[in-house]
Write a protein that binds this ligand. Structure first.
Ligand code: FAD
Length: 427
């Protein structure tokens, strides 16, 4: 996208084309203005249009330019935070509501893809969270216990079953979550965009909102070439935010994450590695993730930015690490590499904000955004149309709070991951 092979990599090569869109020009009017064309904004646009509300989405670059076109494609249920911790942090009302909403989120994603005929390589075979060492096993035992107590279809696999399902003896156990699965992330974003347009929403790309001014009870948003007046504004810019609501950036610490994709591998390897097509990641702090794409490329990722020295360091690490987990892949090269920024909040939970009168949005998905972005977009549409009240939202309304030492922590993530990967490549 924008001629950068390291921005969307494999996903851009294999996604169906985006729907034709144009920049906003002249003065436009809409009931709702949506800023940001990732899952949150696109899902809001689709659900508003389906409810008969005029919705216009403005995207600074292209559909899926942010996290939505760059991620691993793991459609997870829930957050990183342990299930029981959500009610403890948010209070019972919001905590339980959020758990239910996010636990069901993969269903919403897979159902939407099916209902709108979105060709996004959807595989609903579950995910495998893989335990590294005994500390990893204990962590997954507790996570399994907490989800199972809530009736979720989760199971902790022993070392033998884990080895058979992963195709590697690198892990001591794995949590199989049957609710989850994988998608081709950019294809899903583009498919949501097409569905939103078919439902009657307007979408403008290359239309960065650079200024916002109050207009009666509503707002007028300005781009380079046009303006959009709307009663309500949804800000859905997350980790890629660069809007007049500049405080949103201060709330998020950027954690870079990269992926490399092998060339299509043989049928024999595909039958051995992840034969059930689950998406997988491990319990390490600097974690590793892997999954198949439709044509048998293994997508292998971890924390780090593919720029500066990071590109060579992380590529060398990925080549060693893939061979350690799957010895038969030693020496297999990569045909694509790309990375993006994950927006982390200080408690690893998302936020709902009222940024000004009639300006609302969710933010801070902490690397879990496919399900959450989709259901939060749907929730915003229901909220705007009066289908739910503020008191019924899955999160309390909070003020935007800047994180202290944000730049230092971003440097720590970036260079810490680089140092760790360099060290592991050298041993
Ligand atoms: C490398 C990586 C791996 C990840 N892996 C996973 C995963 O496996 N599973 C998972 O669930 N989640 C994952 N995530 C997280 C997930 O991708 C995000 O949480 C999700 O895509 C956020 O969607 P969004 O719509 O809220 O924001 P985004 O998709 O980031 O979209 C925001 C958009 O706002 C636009 N924008 C910004 N400012 C303006 C402006 N002024 N005017 C107009 N437009 C503007 C940006 O250009 C951008 O396109 C990952 C993220 C990354 C980066």
């Amino acid at each position: 996208m924008r001629n950068d092979p390291l921005s969307h990599g494999l996903w851009e090569k294999t996604a169906p084309p985006a729907p034709a869109t144009r920049p906003l020009e002249g003065a436009a009017r809409s009931d709702v203005a949506i800023v940001g064309g990732g899952y949150t904004g696109l899902s809001a646009a689709l659900h508003l249009a389906e409810a008969g509300i005029s919705a216009t989405l403005l995207e600074a670059e292209d559909v899926g330019f942010g996290g939505s076109g760059r991620n691993v494609g793991l459609v997870n249920a829930g957050m990183w935070v342990m299930p029981d911790d959500l009610p403890a942090i948010l209070g019972a009302k919001h905590g339980e509501r959020l758990l239910t909403l996010l636990g069901d989120a993969p269903s919403v994603v897979f159902d939407l893809a099916e209902r709108h005929g979105i060709d996004c390589e959807a595989v609903r075979a579950g995910t495998l969270h893989c335990a590294v060492g005994q500390a990893g096993v204990r962590q997954l035992e507790e996570r399994t216990r907490q989800w199972a107590a809530r009736g979720a279809p989760v199971r902790l696999l022993d070392a033998e079953e884990t080895a058979a399902r992963i195709g590697s003896r690198a892990y001591a156990a794995a949590l199989l979550d049957a609710r989850a699965g994988t998608i081709q992330p950019l294809a899903y974003a583009r498919g949501l965009a097409s569905a939103a347009i078919r439902a009657g929403a307007s979408l403008h790309t290359a239309s960065r909102v650079v200024r916002a001014e109050a207009d009666g009870a509503g707002w007028r948003l300005h781009t380079d070439k046009g303006s959009l007046t709307a009663a309500t504004v949804i800000v859905a810019t997350n980790a890629y935010t660069k809007t007049p609501w500049a405080e949103l950036r201060e709330e998020l610490v950027h954690l870079p994450y990269f992926n490399f994709a092998t060339p299509p591998l043989s049928a024999a390897l595909r039958a051995k590695i992840l034969p059930g097509l689950q998406g997988a990641w491990d319990t390490k702090q600097i974690l590793t993730s892997f999954r198949w794409d439709r044509t048998g490329r293994l997508v292998f990722g971890s924390v780090g930015a593919l720029n500066g020295t990071g590109l060579a360091v992380h590529r060398a690490w990925a080549q060693r690490a893939i061979g350690r987990i799957f010895p038969e892949l030693k020496g297999t090269g990569f045909e694509a590499g790309w990375y993006g920024q994950i927006g982390m909040t200080n408690d690893h939970l998302p936020r709902f904000h009222r940024l000004a009168d009639n300006v609302i949005g969710f933010s801070g998905y902490n690397g879990r955004g496919i399900g959450p972005g989709t259901v939060f977009g749907q929730t915003l549409a229901k909220f705007v149309t009066g289908g739910i009240a503020e008191a019924d939202l899955p999160l309390p309304v909070t003020e935007v709070a800047a994180q202290s030492f944000r730049s230092a922590r971003e440097g720590f993530y970036r260079f810490g991951a680089e140092a760790a990967h360099l060290a592991r490549t050298l041993v």
